[in-house]
Design a protein around this ligand. Sequence first.
Ligand code: NDP
Length: 319
Amino acid sequence: PDQTAVITGASSGVGLWAAKALADRGWHIVMACRDLAKAHAAAAATGIAADRHSVLHLDLADLDSVEAFVTALRKLGRPLDALVLNAAVYMPRLEAPMRSAQGYELAVATNYLGHFLLANRLLPDLHATVGRGTGRLVTLGTVTANSEEFGGKIPIPAPADLGELAGFESGFKPPVAMIDGKPFKPGKAYKDSKLALMMMSRELHGRFHAATGIVFCTLYPGCVAETPLFRHAPPAFQRIFPWFQKNITKGYVSQPLSGDRVAQVVADPGFTRSGVHWSWGNRQKPGAQPFAQPLSAKAENARRSARLWDLSAGLVGLP
Ligand code: NDP
């Protein structure tokens, strides 16, 4: 097969191992990364075959870079069978918000707004591969953004909550730093960005699935406690977290297994349902089977999802 997947943030962690798993299934991977040298080195170190991957520059924290990426991707001339929205930053110890090129709070800008623009721009390209039996848009969600599940109820620093979107309503520029317009909480900004992504995926499904056939879904691969996502967490947390997840919560998943789960959702025939959130459960058991996990009322709130869509379109310059 000559299927092609774009994976954002494929230079590390889940995205890198998803690239490896898909390359091993015969796919070509476009690694969409902000650090080209790091991406090339990571691909080599992970053993991703040279003819199974390309590296293209993408900085999700700059909307101009997203536009440039779309142009460069089309120049490659490959079909777009799958788009995996994976890249993210998690900076729980920031005291003041950092800002994207456009002046938006950095976690929401990178994890959500950059992906919102990218997904919208690439819908026609995904639509074009539906006839090949592909055309999937897969988004990394997380348990901490889903208050239906135990992991989403942990109030440290606060559960994901977009409120009435007051921060987006007022333009999301300084001094505003949170989607709900409330004071900056860096760990919550990450959870909010993931909840917004899960709402976006539902909204994409509602707006475009019937007309295009594109499959839109999110997944929670398990707690991949050893990825560099946690590099800004306190050192003691980084030491204890994998042990805690292995022995207490039993949520621990290795990086190769997390990558294989993403690859399954991208490529396998059992994942053609659109509008669902895939999970293997929070307590990892050998041979666990994927299932469609219900989302929280917050992620299912249709009125707020529609308003979030309109405000996000305005922030990234879409009509
Ligand atoms: P990593 O930190 O290992 O990987 C994050 C990737 O995103 C890196 O490739 C990073 O690039 C990239 N990235 C960060 N900022 C930008 C940017 N501005 N533009 C382009 N790329 C960028 O984290 P994980 O692999 O753990 O996380 C991947 C996804 O999985 C995230 O969406 C996360 O929410 C999700 N997830 C993770 C879980 C976990 O337990 N780890 C659990 C559930 C979901 P660089 O290498 O240059 O830093």
